[in-house]
Design a binder for this molecule. Structure first.
Ligand SMILES: Nc1nc2c(ncn2[C@@H]2O[C@H](COP(=O)(O)OP(=O)(O)OP(=O)(O)O)[C@@H](O)[C@H]2O)c(=O)[nH]1
Length: 129
């Protein structure tokens, strides 16, 4: 696993997910969109996090990284392989406060090109009190 720094306060790293606080306000799950052979493994790890009761109401930001590489998976492809088709809650401002729905979205990014993840973090920030 590599380390990347994002402009967020005190991120700690655990497996493939970044927990932003001890109390876990959000989960950022980074997937290599180019490493298609490992999508099944990524899905398994993600499913385990999604079914963790202590994370039941926690927003999940899924980042599909390395889209600067030709043949990296598209957003739809990644959604499909991670089992998230029809499961994401919508980009932009979506009020889920009165629902029991956990915010979850996929954003594609390239960390080396410094693109894409900003929109994801902006999306996620609306759900963090
Ligand atoms: N092209 C490209 N390379 C990237 C990007 N982000 C990270 N890398 C490169 O990917 C390499 C690290 O790969 P990772 O996918 O983090 O690999 P890892 O997590 O260490 O190893 P695995 O556990 O095997 O996935 C480094 O050489 C990074 O420079 C990106 O957005 N685009």
């Amino acid at each position: 696993m590599g380390w990347f720094s994002f402009p967020i306060p005190n991120p700690t790293f655990s497996g493939t997910a970044w927990f932003l606080n001890d109390a876990v306000d959000a989960v950022v799950y980074l997937v290599d969109a180019y490493d298609k052979e490992r999508f099944a493994e990524s899905k398994k790890e993600l499913d385990a996090l999604l079914s963790d009761e202590s994370l039941a109401n926690v927003p999940f930001l899924i980042l599909g990284n390395k889209i600067d590489i030709p043949y990296a998976a598209s957003e739809d492809e990644l959604r499909y392989h991670l089992g998230l088709t029809n499961f994401t809650t919508g980009k932009g401002k979506v009020n889920l406060a009165d629902s029991n729905v956990r915010p979850l979205e996929v954003f594609m990014c390239s960390i080396v090109r410094k693109m894409g993840y900003g929109d994801g973090f902006k999306w996620m920030s609306q759900y963090i009190k």
